[in-house]
Design a protein around this ligand. Structure first.
Ligand code: TYM
Length: 343
């Protein structure tokens, strides 16, 4: 069975977008438009697995859709929509809840991190989160998913669900006329620099939407002065920069800042160190600040323009949802048939 080269990815509207989301995800969505059918979602149903103020949820949903477009996604080529407009995501996730095993979910490190000591008191949705994520991807039989490193385990689970479904229902899949597997074994697309952007204040933690300290995170909507200030105050060691990548070993903060520079300038880490090796932070940080501002500021300006036009954003999301549904519905009809649901 050959599958159409199709990419799906999503971002949760649960906080302001930051540099990690940009480098680990959004920026990498853009070139895939040339080689794949591309579907990019704002996963609002995932966001509500923890409490969201409804007004914030709406604002962040528009903001992410705007960031997609401002960063270079073309809504005429890529499908851009918010998850809750396509009901089939919820329907397939229920079926996957019945395919996935409790033990698989209980092993998810993101669940364990989020639930912490409090696992009896988190939502049932948070536990089932990876099953909805598998539904997002497999509803479109996506063959590739560009994500940052923190999502790798969820994608392994997506492959496990696909394999178990292909196996458990192989008789029905064959009877429907499929030659091989029904679901593809989706590839994780997570290579390159900055797959795990770290907090500016602690190189052992990832940059995240929910960090308590504002100074650890560069937000996509930060103004130029704020970006420069945050980079200037980023934690570093006192040593000069090494001349090649091997010299960054064990220097978490240095490795992070050089990785960000490399990703933002589309250069390799060795190339960047070829330029800055032997120099101190007093030289490197202002250069990184200027670079970050030159990349992020035009995107932020375009995001602001787009979110101000709710009518236009609603039309884009609705149009995207219609196109997403057109792909999802025949696949979902096959799935109902395979499982044994009568219609
Ligand atoms: P979310 O909303 O936490 O993050 C969105 C994307 O940004 C990446 N990312 C990072 N990359 C590098 N460094 C960081 N510090 C960093 N922080 C976040 C994430 O890896 C992700 O690619 N479960 C997903 C959303 C989702 C999804 C999907 C993704 C739902 N369904 C289907 C792909 C396919 C999430 O919470 O991402």
């Amino acid at each position: 069975m050959t599958f159409t080269p199709r990419v799906f990815s999503g971002i949760k509207p649960s906080g302001d977008l930051h540099l990690g989301n940009y480098l680990g995800a959004i920026r990498r969505f853009v070139p895939l438009q040339d080689t794949h059918e591309t579907i990019y979602c704002v996963v609002d149903m995932h966001a509500i697995t923890v409490w969201q103020e409804p007004e914030d949820l709406k604002r962040w949903t528009y903001e992410i859709a705007a960031a997609y477009i401002a960063a270079g996604l073309d809504p005429a080529r890529s499908i851009i929509f918010n998850q809750s407009q396509v009901m089939e995501h919820a329907e397939l996730s229920w079926i996957f809840n019945c395919v996935a095993r409790m033990g698989w979910m209980a092993r998810m490190t993101q669940f364990k991190d989020k639930a912490g000591e409090n696992s009896e008191n988190v939502s049932l949705g948070l536990f089932a989160y990876p099953s909805l994520m598998a539904a997002d991807i497999l509803l479109y039989k996506a063959t590739g998913v560009p994500v940052g490193e923190d999502q790798k385990q969820h994608l392994e689970l997506t492959r496990d669900i696909a394999k178990k479904f292909n196996h458990d229902f192989r008789k029905q899949i064959k009877a429907l006329g499929f030659k091989g597997d029904f679901f593809p074994i989706t590839e994780t697309l997570a290579t390159g620099p900055a797959m795990r952007v770290k907090s500016l204040k602690d190189g052992s933690k990832k940059m995240s939407k929910s960090d308590a300290s504002d100074m650890s995170t560069i937000y996509m909507m930060d103004d130029a002065d704020t970006i420069a200030k945050k980079i200037k105050r980023a934690t570093t060691d006192a040593d000069a920069l090494p001349s090649e990548a091997a010299g960054l070993a064990g220097r978490l903060e240095a490795e992070n800042l050089v990785g960000i520079y490399a990703a933002l300038s589309n250069r390799s880490v060795d190339d960047v160190l070829g330029e800055f090796g032997g120099q101190g932070w007093g030289k490197f940080k202002p250069a990184l600040g200027d670079l970050a501002v030159s990349v992020l500021s035009p995107i932020a300006d375009e995001m602001k323009r787009l979110v101000a036009d709710r009518g236009e954003m609603d039309a884009i999301l609705r149009g995207g949802a219609d196109r997403a549904r057109a792909i999802a519905q025949p696949i979902m009809a096959d799935i109902r048939n395979i499982v044994g649901f009568i219609r």
